[in-house]
Design a protein around this ligand. Structure first.
Ligand code: MG
Length: 295
């Protein structure tokens, strides 16, 4: 099942998506639903709602709706994993921007590196990423598979981790490299306004095969990143186990699982983003999200 948040007349609405047919069906909130009722409510109540969510009638052409981020304003900071693909870990350490490693020997982390971004970074497909003039001139892109937590929990063992995953979507973990390097901790450089395009929708976990999902990004049509989820250093169960140790995960929490090689800083000279650049990201089995830098 694919679930999107679309712009409706009275505000954001949850909708079922058939990407192949190019159609969406807005979901009517159940009688008992609080107002406003959105994706976080669907995730929290999914066990009861699941069987009621089915397309009825002709729906609306996908081309006629505005997609918002599937969770337009997460309740908590999106949690992110640094250096979680082997090729990118080496690329990042080689670039000299990596304050988490002393050199090539410890480029690949022993334990997952976790940081967060503020929820206000989240924007939807097609929404402009504001170019941070005067704040950073080293803006970079990172295509990432995003885990959406369904059932919350604490100290979730790897073997049960997948029972807590609601589904998956795509994020661009936009990064100001100069700020990231200057401040050592990554929070500031990752949290500028609009620095987390998210979407185009959530695909429920039952429809996703994590062992083989192509992960790609393009800038102005030029292929930059071309990898596969099979190359993750720490897999999804390991990440859920790690992040839930002594910290209660909640329904709707987002885990950005890291990016593969091919980001702007990996090129010589680096290929950072400029105003007007179009960034397209695709993960097989999920879809495509595209955003333009504006300013
Ligand atoms: Mg990242």
């Amino acid at each position: 099942m694919k679930l999107a948040t679309i712009q409706g007349e009275g505000g954001a609405r949850v909708a079922l998506v058939d990407a192949e047919a190019g159609r969406v069906w807005p979901v009517a909130p159940p009688a008992w639903a609080p107002q406003p009722w959105g994706m976080l409510d669907v995730i929290r109540g999914f066990r009861d709602l699941r069987d009621t969510l089915r397309p009825e009638g002709p729906g609306i052409p996908l081309s006629e709706v505005t997609l918002l981020a599937p969770i337009p304003r997460p309740a908590r900071n999106p949690m992110c994993v640094g250096k979680n693909y082997y090729d990118h870990a080496h690329e990042f350490t080689r670039s000299g921007f990596d304050s988490s490693a002393k050199g090539a020997a410890d480029a690949v982390p022993e334990h997952p590196i976790i940081f967060t971004k503020v929820p206000e970074t989240v924007i939807g497909p097609g929404a402009p990423i504001p170019y941070p003039h005067g704040v950073s001139d080293q803006v970079d892109y990172e295509v990432e598979l995003v885990v959406v937590i369904g059932r919350g929990g604490t100290n979730i063992p790897k073997a049960q981790a997948m029972d807590h995953v609601f589904g998956y979507t795509i994020a661009n973990d936009v990064t100001a490299r100069d700020i990231q390097a200057r401040h050592k901790q990554w929070f500031l450089g990752k949290s500028l306004d609009g620095f987390c395009p998210l979407g185009p929708w959530i695909v429920t976990a039952d429809e996703v095969d994590l062992s083989d999902m192509p992960v790609r990004s393009w800038v102005n049509g030029e292929l930059r990143q071309n990898s596969n989820t099979r190359d993750l250093i720490f897999d999804v169960p390991t990440l859920v186990e790690t992040m839930s140790r002594g910290i209660t995960l909640q329904a709707g929490d987002l885990i950005l699982t890291g990016t593969p090689a091919g980001v702007g800083l990996g090129f010589t000279p680096p290929k950072f983003l400029r105003p007007g650049d179009r960034v397209k990201m695709e993960i097989g089995g999920i879809g495509v999200i595209e955003n333009t830098l504006e300013g």
